[in-house]
Design a binder for this molecule. Structure first.
Ligand code: SF4
Length: 231
């Protein structure tokens, strides 16, 4: 421990002079470190789950795993009081408008944790008629947890990765202290299929093309070759 001490005992390792009477009582650090320490131990997850992964999330909040040591033990029933959205379960096309709406209602700073194979890429239901192939197609995801379902220990590891991400942020660079509004994500529309309003231009261009003429009604179409004679 003594090798890190500066040669001059009145100067700390950051190079600031500390009066002798205060040397045992004060610590000097950066504003980012203090700011991030407060944030990393007070992340409030939103209380919502989508499928079987949510059962593991509920287990993680039970006493055995002690989420209170991260300051995350009380799940918030409102997106307006939440910092962290844990997407735990299968994301269906019917649910994605609600998920995006909840994400938009969360105040900055906010984080998204994709828990399990379903939320990250569709899982066993990938390419299913009613399932979105990953929630990251609609909201930005900060941490992915693999597994079907991930264990509570895996979720704890994911929560620690969120804390590491918070540690790496600087108060001078984060987007929520910059000028101007942060644009909301357009809420997808549920119709015969899910429609992402961000793709409106592409959908309009595709659907405004004339429909292809059926082959039988097209006089320019090459004649159908005669069927091969069979003996
Ligand atoms: S990843 Fe597995 S456990 Fe989690 S919601 Fe999908 S099917 Fe259920």
């Amino acid at each position: 421990m003594t090798e890190n001490r500066p040669a001059n005992p009145t100067v700390n390792t950051a190079g600031y002079e500390v009066p002798p009477e205060l040397r045992q009582n004060i610590a000097i650090t950066t504003l980012d470190k203090i700011w991030n320490m407060g944030r990393r131990y007070s992340v409030w997850p939103m209380m919502f789950g989508l499928a079987c992964c949510a059962i593991e999330m509920i287990c993680t909040a039970a006493s055995r795993y002690d989420l209170a040591r991260f300051g995350m033990e009380v799940m918030r029933p409102s997106p307006r009081q939440s910092d962290l959205m844990i997407v735990s379960g299968t994301v269906t096309k019917k649910m994605i408008p609600q998920i995006v709406r909840l994400y938009n209602q969360m105040p900055e700073p906010k984080y998204v944790l994709s828990m399990g194979a379903c939320a990250s890429g569709g899982g066993p239901f990938k390419e299913g008629y009613n399932v979105v192939s990953g929630v990251d197609q609609y909201v930005p995801v900060d941490v992915y947890i693999p597994g079907c379902p991930p264990t509570p220990q895996a979720l704890l590891n994911g929560l620690m990765k969120i804390q590491e991400k918070i540690d790496s942020e600087s108060i001078t660079k984060v987007r929520w202290y910059r000028k101007g509004e942060i644009p909301e994500i357009p809420v997808p529309l549920l119709g015969p299929d899910i429609i992402d309003p961000r793709e409106n231009a592409m959908i309009k261009e595709y659907t405004s093309k004339p429909a292809p003429v059926p082959l039988a009604a097209n006089p320019q179409a090459p004649a159908t070759p005669p069927a091969a004679a069979t003996s």
